[in-house]
Design a protein around this ligand. Structure first.
Ligand code: PLP
Length: 418
């Protein structure tokens, strides 16, 4: 752990309950194999910036145009973060203030759409995100959302359907991007469709920002008008987000973020984003992202060999979905069984899932966090076999209990690096 001794002692003295919870979470992370595709372990430098005195500073506005005094230092920080984001993604403009991916997406909608405007996005049930038009999310409440999905059989985005729907529906905005899609997204194809119908294109790279930064997934730039992404998933930075766009939309995006969606920016988070963007320019980061995909592929292959189908038949990215319909188990049951072996996953709907979203027929497996721990293909194949052993066992609970010591042993051999 990186938090200074003094800081930890102060927390223990002031609030032993929270101090103990934080320590317990650190232990839990060390003792579990985290396979949640949206999670990662960000490292001591990022946590140091996130936990810094910058959290105290109010800085509504943008560098050199703040509403508060005393912003000289945080201006340096925000300029660094924005300049690095532009360089990393080869973008004309970067807004690094969104607190999370949801706010980044909201800012693009607020900047470019009137309430009631039509948006074409990927359905949540097929791998999209809440902010792509779910009925209980602001996006589904404020805008008229139509959704495309995955082609049955191939498990791939049905670009013909996207094209057909775009022509029929004439949306103002098309969204390309997903939370649980394991294949390369063809941003150029999306752009061709958007151009044809005169829609804006937003690429939501929340999950794959790290892969894109490292050139391991094709970049949505220059195809998309807007690119939103998070810094805490594959990018391995602090919790937060960003919006990229061309200079022509810079003013509209900036005023949509603040005052449109947010008040004061989290300067501590922006400092940590600057560190994350800088880190992502290093050669080691590219190697890390390549390794993330290699481990993901290795695990997907084992699942398929073991008779547990993977949606789309494999992966090009950091994650994949295991289809449990043939196995008879729900995603919820699988999650609890794997948890008993200290393996953490999330339940996930599969395309055309017969079960409710609270039950699901799939689990999502991602490798960013275990790759950060230094696990390579060999260990990851072993983990995939353990998962298959548990999910296909005659007595899965007993199997999970039996494998738990081996999971713990692997965790101990690969501590989360600082
Ligand atoms: C994770 C994610 C987001 C943002 O989520 P937050 O939890 O609000 O940071 C947005 N879009 C997609 C596709 C995501 O997977």
């Amino acid at each position: 752990m990186c938090e200074s001794e003094a800081g930890r002692a102060a927390l223990r003295a002031l609030d032993p309950q929270v101090a103990e919870a934080v320590a317990a979470e650190a232990r839990r992370q060390q003792q579990h194999l985290g396979l949640i595709a949206s999670e990662n372990h960000c490292g001591a430098a990022i946590r140091e910036a996130t936990g810094s005195v910058l959290t105290d500073k109010y800085a509504e506005g943008y560098p050199d145009e703040r509403y508060y005094g005393g912003c000289e230092v945080v201006d340096v920080v925000e300029r660094l973060a924005a300049q690095r984001a532009r360089q990393l993604f080869d973008a004309e403009h970067a807004n690094v203030q969104p607190h999370a991916g949801s706010q980044a997406n909201m800012a693009v909608y607020i900047a470019m759409l009137r309430p009631g405007a039509k948006v074409l996005g990927m359905s949540l049930a097929h791998g999209g995100h809440l902010t792509h038009g779910h009925s209980r999310n602001f996006s589904g409440q404020i805008y008229e959302v139509v959704s495309y999905g995955i082609e049955q059989g191939t498990g791939l985005i049905d670009y013909d359907q996207v094209h057909r729907m775009a022509l029929q529906q004439n949306p103002a905005l098309i969204i390309a991007g997903a939370s649980s899609y394991s294949r390369t997204i063809d941003f150029e194809a999306f752009n061709d469709i958007a151009q044809e119908v005169g829609a804006y294109l937003m690429a939501d790279i929340a999950h794959i920002a790290g892969l894109v930064a490292a050139g391991v997934h094709p970049s949505p730039l220059p195809h998309a008008d807007f690119v939103t992404g998070t810094t805490h998933k594959t990018l391995r930075g602090p919790r937060g987000a960003f919006v990229l766009c061309r200079q022509e939309f810079a003013g509209r995006i900036d005023s949509a973020v603040m005052p449109g969606v947010q008040g004061g920016p989290f300067m501590h988070a922006i400092a940590a984003k600057a560190v994350a963007f800088g880190q992502a320019m290093r050669p080691e980061f590219k190697q890390y992202q390549q390794q993330v995909v290699a481990t993901s592929r290795a695990m997907a292959r084992v699942m398929i060999e073991r008779g547990l189908p993977v949606v789309s038949g494999g992966t090009d990215t950091h994650m994949f979905l295991v289809d449990l319909t043939g196995n008879g188990m729900s995603g919820r049951e699988a999650l609890h069984l794997l948890a008993a072996a200290n393996i953490t996953v999330n339940k996930n709907t599969i395309p055309n899932d017969p079960r409710k979203p609270t039950e699901t027929s799939g689990i999502r497996i991602g490798t960013p966090a275990i790759t950060t721990r230094g696990l390579r293909e060999e260990e990851c194949r072993k983990i995939a076999h353990w998962i298959a052993d548990i999910l296909t066992a005659r007595d899965p609970e007993e199997e999970a209990g039996a494998l738990r010591p081996r999971v713990l042993e692997m965790c101990e051999a690969h501590p989360i690096p600082d």
